[in-house]
Design a protein around this ligand. Structure first.
Ligand code: SF4
Ligand code: SF4
Length: 181
């Protein structure tokens, strides 16, 4: 699962043409979870540009935010992510997101609605593109839930996400379910 994750430019399709028009709405109050591995990757990436990330550490780690709630990794001048090539897993997966159904032992895939994400509207009307992106999102999010600590994953699962529709589910690996007990 990890080999492709370490090749930054193969991690995602590029939706910048769509996202630039909505000025990165999803980069406000996003708090994308950062695993220890992702923090190291982002630190290495930014150090090569003479920068350092500001990380907020609470029940789980995420990039620090500005007072207006925008992610500190968002370039407010360009509306682009300064770590686009190595950005957090949930940022690559968006507008696909996830929840865990512990009773059924599954991970459920959700797509945000067009009301909050123009790209979600495009994906909902183009099934081949949606399935292609789901492949990428699934790979990223399964890696994320595998790498997070149990307490971090539990904290993330307590966050309610509105304006989403379920698009699929699959069995979670036992190793992840064990962390949630
Ligand atoms: S993923 Fe959706 S909300 Fe986020 S920047 Fe792109 S179009 Fe906007
Ligand atoms: S890491 Fe990048 S894509 Fe993710 S919320 Fe922050 S600015 Fe947006």
């Amino acid at each position: 699962m990890r080999s492709q994750m370490d090749e930054p430019f193969s991690r995602q399709m590029n939706f910048i043409s769509v996202c630039s028009k909505c000025q990165a709405k999803c980069c406000r109050n996003a708090r994308p979870p950062l695993t220890h591995r992702r923090i190291r990757i982002i630190e290495d990436y930014l150090q090569s540009k003479g920068m350092l990330p500001r990380i907020c550490e609470g029940e789980y780690s995420f990039p620090d935010e500005r007072t207006d709630g925008s992610c500190s990794l968002l370039d407010v001048n360009t509306g682009r992510c300064v770590v686009h090539e190595v950005k957090p897993e949930t940022c690559v997966a968006g507008p696909i997101t996830f929840d865990v159904n512990r009773r059924r032992g599954t991970i459920e895939w959700y797509l945000k609605t067009e009301a909050i994400c123009p790209l979600a509207g495009i994906l909902s009307r183009n099934r081949p593109l949606l399935l292609e992106h789901l492949l990428s999102a699934r790979r990223e999010l399964l890696c994320l839930v595998d790498e997070l600590e149990g307490s971090e994953l539990k904290a993330i699962l307590r966050i309610e996400e509105e304006d989403t529709v379920k698009i699929g589910e699959e069995r979670l690996p036992d190793s992840v379910l064990k962390k949630l007990r």
